[in-house]
Design a protein around this ligand. Structure first.
Ligand SMILES: [Zn+2]
Length: 122
Protein backbone atom coordinates (compact mmCIF):
# COMPACT_ATOMS: atom_id res chain seq x y z
CA UNK A 1 0.00 0.00 0.00
CA UNK A 2 1.52 3.30 -0.98
CA UNK A 3 1.00 6.61 0.75
CA UNK A 4 -1.12 9.30 -0.87
CA UNK A 5 1.72 11.83 -1.06
CA UNK A 6 -0.41 14.50 -2.75
CA UNK A 7 -2.58 14.66 0.35
CA UNK A 8 0.50 15.16 2.53
CA UNK A 9 1.90 17.71 0.09
CA UNK A 10 -1.23 19.81 0.60
CA UNK A 11 -1.00 19.40 4.38
CA UNK A 12 2.69 20.39 4.31
CA UNK A 13 2.06 23.47 2.18
CA UNK A 14 -0.76 24.55 4.51
CA UNK A 15 1.42 24.03 7.57
CA UNK A 16 4.25 25.92 5.88
CA UNK A 17 1.98 28.93 5.27
CA UNK A 18 0.74 28.79 8.86
CA UNK A 19 4.27 28.73 10.31
CA UNK A 20 5.35 31.57 8.03
CA UNK A 21 2.41 33.66 9.24
CA UNK A 22 3.30 32.87 12.85
CA UNK A 23 6.90 34.02 12.28
CA UNK A 24 5.69 37.20 10.56
CA UNK A 25 3.35 37.89 13.49
CA UNK A 26 6.16 37.48 15.99
CA UNK A 27 8.24 40.06 14.13
CA UNK A 28 5.29 42.47 13.87
CA UNK A 29 4.50 42.16 17.55
CA UNK A 30 7.99 43.14 18.62
CA UNK A 31 9.47 45.71 16.28
CA UNK A 32 11.58 47.26 19.07
CA UNK A 33 14.43 45.80 21.05
CA UNK A 34 13.89 44.18 24.42
CA UNK A 35 15.59 47.10 26.20
CA UNK A 36 13.13 49.63 24.77
CA UNK A 37 10.20 47.46 25.72
CA UNK A 38 11.34 46.98 29.30
CA UNK A 39 11.93 50.72 29.70
CA UNK A 40 8.47 51.50 28.40
CA UNK A 41 6.78 49.12 30.80
CA UNK A 42 8.97 50.13 33.76
CA UNK A 43 8.18 53.79 33.18
CA UNK A 44 4.43 53.30 33.01
CA UNK A 45 3.81 50.86 35.83
CA UNK A 46 3.90 50.83 39.63
CA UNK A 47 4.84 47.19 39.65
CA UNK A 48 8.21 47.52 37.92
CA UNK A 49 9.90 44.27 38.79
CA UNK A 50 7.01 41.94 37.99
CA UNK A 51 6.19 43.68 34.72
CA UNK A 52 9.81 43.68 33.63
CA UNK A 53 10.12 40.00 34.40
CA UNK A 54 6.99 39.28 32.39
CA UNK A 55 8.26 41.18 29.36
CA UNK A 56 11.55 39.32 29.50
CA UNK A 57 9.82 35.97 29.82
CA UNK A 58 7.48 36.74 26.91
CA UNK A 59 10.44 37.67 24.77
CA UNK A 60 12.26 34.48 25.62
CA UNK A 61 9.21 32.41 24.70
CA UNK A 62 8.94 34.27 21.40
CA UNK A 63 12.58 33.65 20.60
CA UNK A 64 12.11 29.96 21.30
CA UNK A 65 9.01 29.91 19.11
CA UNK A 66 10.83 31.65 16.29
CA UNK A 67 13.71 29.22 16.51
CA UNK A 68 11.39 26.22 16.48
CA UNK A 69 9.37 27.69 13.61
CA UNK A 70 12.54 27.99 11.57
CA UNK A 71 13.31 24.37 12.33
CA UNK A 72 9.80 23.27 11.35
CA UNK A 73 10.05 25.27 8.10
CA UNK A 74 13.24 23.48 7.09
CA UNK A 75 11.69 20.13 8.09
CA UNK A 76 8.66 20.92 5.93
CA UNK A 77 10.86 21.89 2.97
CA UNK A 78 12.84 18.68 3.39
CA UNK A 79 9.60 16.66 3.45
CA UNK A 80 8.34 18.39 0.28
CA UNK A 81 11.66 17.54 -1.37
CA UNK A 82 11.24 13.90 -0.34
CA UNK A 83 7.79 13.88 -1.95
CA UNK A 84 9.36 15.13 -5.21
CA UNK A 85 12.10 12.52 -4.96
CA UNK A 86 9.65 9.74 -4.17
CA UNK A 87 11.21 8.90 -0.82
CA UNK A 88 8.50 10.48 1.32
CA UNK A 89 7.16 8.23 4.05
CA UNK A 90 10.35 6.24 4.52
CA UNK A 91 12.68 6.76 7.46
CA UNK A 92 15.75 8.81 6.45
CA UNK A 93 17.79 6.84 8.94
CA UNK A 94 16.92 3.20 8.32
CA UNK A 95 14.75 3.28 5.18
CA UNK A 96 11.80 1.53 6.80
CA UNK A 97 8.32 2.91 6.12
CA UNK A 98 7.02 5.50 8.57
CA UNK A 99 3.60 4.62 10.01
CA UNK A 100 0.93 6.64 8.23
CA UNK A 101 -0.71 7.75 11.48
CA UNK A 102 2.65 9.22 12.44
CA UNK A 103 2.70 11.20 9.20
CA UNK A 104 -0.86 12.33 9.88
CA UNK A 105 0.29 13.86 13.16
CA UNK A 106 3.63 15.19 11.84
CA UNK A 107 3.60 15.33 8.04
CA UNK A 108 7.18 16.65 8.08
CA UNK A 109 8.42 13.69 10.15
CA UNK A 110 11.48 12.03 8.65
CA UNK A 111 12.07 9.22 11.14
CA UNK A 112 10.24 5.99 11.90
CA UNK A 113 8.94 5.62 15.45
CA UNK A 114 11.97 3.57 16.54
CA UNK A 115 14.52 6.08 15.28
CA UNK A 116 12.49 9.02 16.61
CA UNK A 117 12.57 7.46 20.06
CA UNK A 118 16.30 6.91 19.80
CA UNK A 119 16.80 10.52 18.70
CA UNK A 120 14.76 11.79 21.65
CA UNK A 121 16.89 9.82 24.10
CA UNK A 122 20.10 11.39 22.86
ZN1 LIG B 1 14.05 4.30 11.07
Amino acid sequence: MSIDTERFRVALLEERARVERAIANLRDDHPGTLDEEVEEIAGSSDNHLAETATATLDREIDFTLEENSGQVLSDIDAALKRIDEGTYGTCVNCGKPIAEERLEAYPWGSLCIDDARLAERR
